[in-house]
Design a protein around this ligand. Sequence first.
Ligand code: MD3
Ligand code: FE
Length: 197
Amino acid sequence: RTVVLGEGAAVLAGYAGDRVEALLETVATIAEASPFRHLVTPGGFVMSVAMTNCGRQGWVSDRRGYRYERVDPLTGRDWPAMPELFASLARQAAAELGFDGFAPDACLINRYVAGARLSLHQDRDEASPEAPIVSVSLGAPATFLWGGVARGERVRRIRLGEGDVVVWGGASRMVFHGVAPLHAGERINLTFRRAAA
Ligand code: MD3
Ligand code: FE
């Protein structure tokens, strides 16, 4: 089932369905090499969401700013490689919306526990904004917040459950979005991006 959210954006409900278990096992393996950690924002706040990455590029935040790094600053080693299971799921989902040839070089893995949230923001640290973003929800359901391209536009609330995949490209690539505080349980989100040019 596909729910169109806007131009270039849609929820592919349950699209990861039969791959959920393998995806979660793979996340656990990645976290053994590059553990989940709570990053600090440039403003000095500790993020409630715990993060790690896989792929050639990893998204990081610290007092100096937001950026992509080839090396995990926590371990001093490259981020774990992007598993083929991850890359193929992202490529197939993007193609469903007509974004053929999506080759993500970064997968940010977010872990939410009760109370964790992501305030409204744009993803603008990527050098290839013409590429879409693909997100995969695993574990506990969450309320996704989806606004407009300008802050202050009306925000829609969308419930995302396990196995749901969302593709955001084209005119929807720069919309403000976030995640409401998780009620209970644990949620993992995979966010696939093209970070380099
Ligand atoms: C819509 N993560 O890590 S993924 C993020 O559920 C992030 O963890 C959320 O936003 C999460 O930056 C949402 C879905 C998502 C990702 C990027 C988008 C939605 C987007 C970019 C533009 C519009
Ligand atoms: Fe985001």
